[in-house]
Write a protein that binds this ligand. Sequence first.
Ligand code: PNS
Length: 164
Amino acid sequence: MSILAIYPGSFDPLTNGHVDIITRGSRLFDRIVVAILVNADKAPLFTMTERVEITRAVFKDQPNVEVDTFEGLLVDYVDRRKAQVIVRGLRAVSDFEFEFQMALMNQRLNDRIDTIFMMPAEQYTYISSRLIKEIFTLGGRVHGLVPDMVEERLRQKVSGERKQ
Ligand code: PNS
């Protein structure tokens, strides 16, 4: 049986921690779908089109990584895709409480879907999209924490704001 995994999230923006989890997932499962939630945040930094474009560009050479978007309940999307697994990254114990709650709620909503937690490489355990946005907008360096394409797009956004 081939295993299809769904890696859901906001990815605003994609970080090297996400990239690490997707790469690990692509080695473990037959296919992994990066599923970007539509409307996760009413004022995202990156539009949905940008997030899809960036993620597709980063994984263009990995044929078993697909990028898609979803709306509504995650378990309904997973069911529609006939996937068996939800992948979530766990960086620290502090992530665990919320992730555990979500995994159990999703299990209650659909008992045929299992959540698999994966740990990123140690150097990515302190990265989050929220911190990346904050650091960059305040003029800090995010080099090495996000894919080059994200860094470039962040730079364009900040210089666009300065021109206004
Ligand atoms: O990257 P994030 O913001 O941590 O991802 C959270 C996400 C998208 C996985 C979660 O908010 C989600 O699954 N939203 C879809 C709506 C849903 O199914 N909610 C019930 C979760 S138990």
